[in-house]
Design a protein around this ligand. Structure first.
Ligand code: UT7
Length: 335
């Protein structure tokens, strides 16, 4: 193996996910905005998605996903030393963090924790961050949760955006991996020049919500779909190649490719670029739409439950999103 030697590598020792019960079909959207099942399926690959009800917030989905990951890892909440929550849709817009809510609800009495904001790339950023804490010996058990509820931040009359997103959460326990398994390399990227391409303009310190602007559509997601599409098509292949190069590996070494689930045409383009057979990619966009930071761990958890992930498999994950951001992670599945 040409992988770089490392004393300790971070590995996933338990994984879980959660989605809301409510299924929203393309037919439902076609009854609300000027769209059709045919358009949505052919342009995006999405057939349905899940939406939280009014009472359910990000921390509720995060809690369920985290409980499942902890149970699979055989880890008691009190053993967790750090909680990292990747989200751009926290329960509360300023504070407290979703990590704090989760710490209390799970009973992670010894844990520190924080939220991390990198939009749809949030999982990849959080995974790399967690891996650093483990690989430098600082922590032995970290709970990583990626959760988003973008159904609550979009204009339900804007067909350019509303048909794309769904709600979900993915969680994992990360610990030092057994020799030969775990995290091999990651790459992170930012292109702030594209900040306007995917943005929620109101509700932050630039334009706080006021009685005057509360009715403006600027409190919702605004997206230049074509421009994000173009960016995504090039960055998925490039970032995955970069992370492979960092570990001295090649696209043909990948056993499982986990792309961010934003559009099936973006996934197909990445597969073509990397010359990967379609059956190497985990794809569940048809059922959940774009669940933002949750999409990669949600797809991984489904694959784990279906028995598709075998010990020793090389997994490459790649996400991209608002910022513009991207992240790619490479690891050997070890449980
Ligand atoms: O996590 C990252 C988040 N975002 C993304 O990854 C999004 C990346 N972009 C995309 O996935 C695609 O650009 C979209 C799915 C958003 C749009 O697909 P497209 O093939 O790029 O369509 P388009 O924007 O070029 O629009 C083509 C037509 C337009 O009509 P006209 O101007 O040709 O008359 C749109 O108004 O399709 C229209 N359109 C729709 N029609 C039916 C846009 N949305 C819809 C819709 N139903 N939901």
């Amino acid at each position: 193996m040409t992988e770089p030697p490392k004393k300790v590598r971070a590995g996933i020792t338990g994984i879980g996910s959660a989605v809301p019960d409510r299924v929203v079909t393309n037919a439902e959207w076609a009854g609300l905005v000027d769209t059709s099942d045919e358009w949505i399926r052919s342009r995006t690959g999405i057939s349905e998605r899940r939406f939280c009800d009014a009472q359910t917030a990000a921390s509720d989905l995060a809690f369920l996903a985290a409980q499942r990951a902890l149970a699979r890892a055989g880890t008691a909440p009190q053993e967790i030393e750090l909680i990292i929550v990747a989200t751009t849709t926290p329960d509360y817009p300023v504070f407290p963090s979703t990590a704090a809510l989760l710490q209390e609800r799970l009973g992670c009495a010894q844990a520190g924790g924080f939220d991390l904001s990198a939009a749809c790339s949030g999982f990849g950023y959080a995974f790399y961050t967690a891996a650093q804490f483990i690989e430098n010996g600082e922590f032995k058990k970290i709970l990583l949760v990626a959760v988003d509820t973008l159904s609550k931040n979009m204009d339900h009359t804007d067909r350019n955006v509303c048909v794309l997103f769904g709600d979900g959460a993915g969680a994992m326990v990360m610990e030092p991996a057994a020799a030969g398994y775990g995290h091999l390399a990651s790459v992170l990227g930012l292109r702030g020049s594209g900040a306007e391409e995917l943005i929620v303009r109101h509700g932050g310190s630039r334009a706080p919500l006021t009685p005057e602007n509360i009715a403006s559509k600027d409190r919702y997601i605004s997206m230049n779909g074509k421009s994000v599409f173009k960016f995504a098509v090039s960055i998925m292949g490039e970032a995955t190649e970069q992370v492979l190069k960092k570990a001295g590996l090649k696209p043909e070494d990948i056993d499982i490719f986990v792309p961010h689930q934003a559009n099936i045409r973006i996934i197909d383009a990445a597969l073509k670029h990397l010359k990967l057979a379609p059956d190497k990619a985990l794809v569940n966009i048809q059922k959940y739409g774009n669940t933002s930071s949750a999409s990669i761990p949600l797809a991984l958890d489904e694959a784990y439950q279906a028995g598709k992930l075998k010990k020793g498999m090389l997994v490459a994950a790649c996400g991209f999103g608002a910022g513009l951001t991207w992240a790619a992670n490479l690891f050997r599945w070890g449980y």
